[in-house]
Design a protein around this ligand. Structure first.
Ligand SMILES: [Zn+2]
Length: 280
């Protein structure tokens, strides 16, 4: 991969502002659980402001994936993210997993999400990330039809590439991976999510930093995913700050938003490649 002059790799800190949406889609009865709702509300209410301060201190611009429902429930939070100079992107309406939707439902979730971001923050997102990183085989074409530049939900490479949609269209794909997600490390909601094991912030950072160091050597693109309702807690945010310090101390790594990375990759004119659905 040809990175911009002076850089041999790239890194991005990204945040998925799921808030309540992640536990309501497919489980609307969770709305009856006041404590559970408050656990998710911590993200936009406390986590996002803390993380915005952290990003400012480390002079990092980031990408925030915001479900439409979150944008409507917390418009002031979404506007604060945009005002701080960060990128806002699409993450469904009610955090719907595309593989659990009919074609008509998938279209509705995409368009409702677009509409919510436009109305609340005046944003037309360039990027999309599937809730639960669970793209359906039809999602790429729906994104291309709506003018998206990139997706960040697939896991088959160390660096971005052009994903073929059809003979004339492609999307930039910026790969992610489960080991660079805070959900597995920190999420515990009885009866809803998590194993009950909550890792220490230091152990989580060790995992994430090891992958950064190795991907840097490989010339790849390190994409970290954190959720404000999880990593917005004080000790975790403090440890994420240490990780930011480590990442930004490497002058050969381009720390950028996913939109900036996607724009660079699009300019390279790479030949798109396909992912073939298994035939059974
Ligand atoms: Zn999410």
């Amino acid at each position: 991969m040809n990175w911009p002059p002076g850089f041999t790799g790239a890194a991005a800190f990204t945040f998925d502002v799921d808030a309540e949406s992640a536990i309501l889609w497919n489980a609307p009865h969770n709305a009856d659980r006041m404590s559970v709702i408050s656990h998710q509300a911590y993200g936009p209410l406390v986590g996002v402001p803390r993380l915005l301060g952290l990003l400012e201190r480390h002079r990092i611009r980031s990408t925030f994936f915001v479900p439409g429902y979150t944008a409507e429930r917390y418009p002031q939070t979404v506007r604060a993210i945009a005002a701080a100079g960060h990128e806002i992107c699409h993450h469904g309406y009610l955090h719907e997993q595309p593989t659990g939707l009919t074609p008509a439902q998938e279209i509705e979730a995409l368009d409702r999400g677009l509409d919510a971001l436009r109305r609340t923050a005046g944003v037309t997102p360039a990027g999309y990330r599937a809730p639960m990183w669970d793209l359906s085989w039809r999602t790429p074409a729906l994104l291309a039809e709506r003018g998206f530049l990139y997706d960040s939900s697939l896991m088959d490479a160390d660096e971005p590439y052009e994903l073929r949609v059809d003979s004339s269209r492609s999307l930039v794909e910026i790969p992610i991976q489960w080991s660079l997600d805070d959900w597995e490390q920190f999420c515990y909601l009885p009866d809803i999510s998590g194993s009950g094991l909550i890792e220490t912030p230091a152990k989580a950072r060790e995992l994430w930093q090891a992958e950064f160091d190795a991907l840097r050597e490989a010339g790849g693109c390190w994409v970290m995913t954190n959720h404000p309702f999880l990593t917005g807690r004080p000790s975790r945010a403090r440890e994420l700050g240490r990780l930011m310090e480590h990442v930004t101390s490497h002058a050969d790594v381009w720390v950028a938003t996913l939109g900036e990375i996607a724009g660079h990759v699009r300019g390279l004119g790479l030949t798109p490649r396909s992912i073939v659905r298994p035939e059974l």
